[in-house]
Design a protein. Structure first.
Ligand code: HEC
Ligand code: HEC
Ligand code: HEC
Ligand code: HEC
Ligand code: HEC
Length: 397
């Protein structure tokens, strides 16, 4: 009851904000042209974007099934909640929510999620609520980073400082669903503004849209451009996520291993949405013939409780954070493990392995994802993603 009450109140706040985004004249397709339309002149950008998670923001079976879970839970209230970031044109076309939902449910949506225009029509960011809303200015003018843009026949251009700033990304990366209820304790990024990286002038774009030299539009002069593959869980950026150091102390029959996990990320790791997002540290000890003799885990993430006080992996059901072990911006965490010293061997291996965990949740939820995926149990969401590894061989006297 409490959750629904709050959800309802929040729905009102949300509608209030959405009203500033007045429904424009013209059809959905006219205001937010499909990214395919930009491909003709921006082939490089298009291909990068197509390979990015942003082009798949309403496509994954995990998203489809969790959207259904949300719609069932919310009982038809604030149906647009999930789409306001995953297909943000809904913010201007709330009356077409049924079409959007059907598109997602089809499994092969013809509309874009976070397409080109969904970013390049953003004029400013409203940070007055916990969950900011993109402020669109629909029209023929596309906003971007260049002052000295070349004119073209398809659209007007205008430079906005916003496009070089983290501010633009905060529209969708600052806080998610249960934010209004949980407040600051559910922010995604943590105290990122105080990180060393940010203080030294790095924006989200510095790391997630790295600068390169290339054509900004087909046939134009080469200049500084921004990579649109949005590296994160996929891409090379991952190698800069964390450092692992291992210290081993053998004391007779007992051995103590201390793993130093140093996050190099200037925001929380993981960012805690969807609710099952976890980073896991696995320690494995391999003794005689490299057989595993000991293993233990540490988990970094947030554990939520619903109105009944039960644990849930669905952040939209959360009314409380039970546990928070997220690695804070640039945090160094020491983890100690003790175990019996391996026997009958001249040395043993200590393996520390850091990865993003695969999806977790109630069995029916996982079964539905499997059934919805063309890859079944091989869907990428069921595979952990490696971040860093360290293996040390310890000789025994
Ligand atoms: C309109 C909303 C929106 C805006 C604005 C936005 N994003 Fe995102 N972003 C998303 C959504 C939704 C996803 C998840 C896509 C998916 O379903 O995997 C995402 C995913 C990502 C990922 C991939 C994360 C991963 O797990 O690998 C990165 C990196 C990212 N965004 C960076 C940025 C940066 C940098 C900016 C600012 C320049 C930005 N985003 C602006 C909505 C947005
Ligand atoms: C405020 C913006 C925002 C809202 C609202 C939002 N999401 Fe997301 N979602 C994101 C971003 C950003 C990511 C990428 C997160 C990352 O990798 O750190 C994401 C990632 C996901 C993913 C994993 C990627 C994928 O596509 O499989 C799922 C599943 C998901 N969201 C489901 C939902 C559901 C269900 C709702 C509604 C209850 C929702 N989201 C509401 C911004 C949002
Ligand atoms: C998540 C938001 C987002 C999406 C989606 C997005 N862009 Fe961008 N784009 C940006 C930002 C931010 C910059 C400026 C980055 C910088 O200069 O640091 C930019 C820069 C550009 C530029 C100038 C620099 C360059 O790399 O050529 C062009 C052109 C452009 N985008 C076109 C597109 C097209 C076409 C698409 C779709 C295929 C697209 N963008 C999708 C955020 C986005
Ligand atoms: C007829 C060709 C053409 C089409 C179609 C086209 N553009 Fe462009 N666009 C250009 C040219 C040329 C430039 C200038 C590039 C430069 O200055 O390096 C440009 C510049 C841009 C910029 C940078 C503006 C700035 O001031 O920073 C963005 C962003 C952009 N386009 C987005 C898009 C999006 C999104 C679409 C699809 C809705 C699109 N464009 C369709 C030709 C086109
Ligand atoms: C100094 C570089 C740097 C800056 C600045 C930075 N990030 Fe990251 N970010 C990283 C690294 C490294 C990772 C981890 C890569 C990986 O393994 O996914 C990451 C991961 C992410 C992910 C995926 C994390 C997950 O748990 O799914 C998202 C989303 C993201 N960053 C968004 C942002 C946003 C939004 C900003 C700006 C407020 C930002 N980042 C600023 C380096 C940076």
């Amino acid at each position: 009851m409490l959750a629904l009450g709050l959800l309802a109140a929040w729905g009102l706040v949300h509608l209030g904000l959405a009203q500033d985004n007045v429904k424009p004249k013209g059809s959905l397709e006219k205001v937010f042209p499909s990214s395919n339309k930009c491909k003709r002149c921006h082939e490089r950008v298009f291909e990068e974007w197509e390979a990015s998670p942003l082009s798949r923001s309403i496509h994954s079976p995990a998203f489809r099934v969790s959207l259904e879970e949300y719609l069932a839970f919310s009982g038809g209230k604030d149906k647009a909640l999930c789409l306001r970031c995953h297909a943000p044109h809904i913010n201007l076309f709330q009356d077409q929510i049924q079409t959007f939902v059907e598109q997602v449910q089809s499994g092969d949506p013809a509309i874009d999620g976070v397409g080109c225009a969904q970013c390049h029509l953003i004029k400013k960011v409203d940070r007055t609520s916990y969950m900011p809303v993109p402020k669109y200015e629909p029209g023929r003018t596309l906003f971007g980073p260049y002052k000295d843009f070349v004119q073209n026949k398809a659209h007007e251009s205008m430079d906005l400082d916003l496009y070089r700033k983290s501010e633009l990304c905060l529209n969708c990366h600052l806080a998610v669903p249960a934010a209004a209820i949980l407040g600051k304790s559910n922010d995604l990024l943590g105290e990122w503004e105080n990180s060393k990286a940010v203080k030294s002038g790095r924006e989200c774009q510095t790391c997630h849209m790295p600068e390169q030299v290339g054509e900004s539009a087909n046939g134009e002069n080469k200049r500084k451009v921004a990579n649109h593959t949005f590296p994160g869980r996929i891409g090379k950026l991952r190698q800069e996520a964390a450092r692992l150091d291992v210290d081993t102390e053998v004391k007779g029959n007992q051995t103590k291993v201390t793993v130093k996990v140093q996050s190099l990320v200037p925001h929380n790791l993981p960012t805690t949405h969807p609710g099952w997002a976890r980073v896991v540290l696995d320690l494995t000890i391999k003794g005689k013939n490299l057989k595993k003799v000991f293993g233990e885990q540490r988990v970094y993430g947030r554990v939520y409780a619903d109105t009944k006080g039960e644990k849930t992996v669905f952040d939209f059901k959360a009314v409380k954070v039970l546990e928070d072990t997220v690695l804070k911006p640039e945090e160094t965490r020491l983890e100690t493990f003790t175990f019996p010293t391996p026997k009958d061997t001249r040395s043993f291996d200590v393996e520390a392995f850091l990865s993003y965990a695969s999806v977790a949740g109630p069995t029916p939820f996982l079964q539905r994802i499997e059934a919805e995926s063309s890859k079944g149990s091989q869907d990428p969401v069921f595979q952990p993603i490696p971040i860093a590894q360290r293996v040390v061989n310890i000789p025994l006297q």
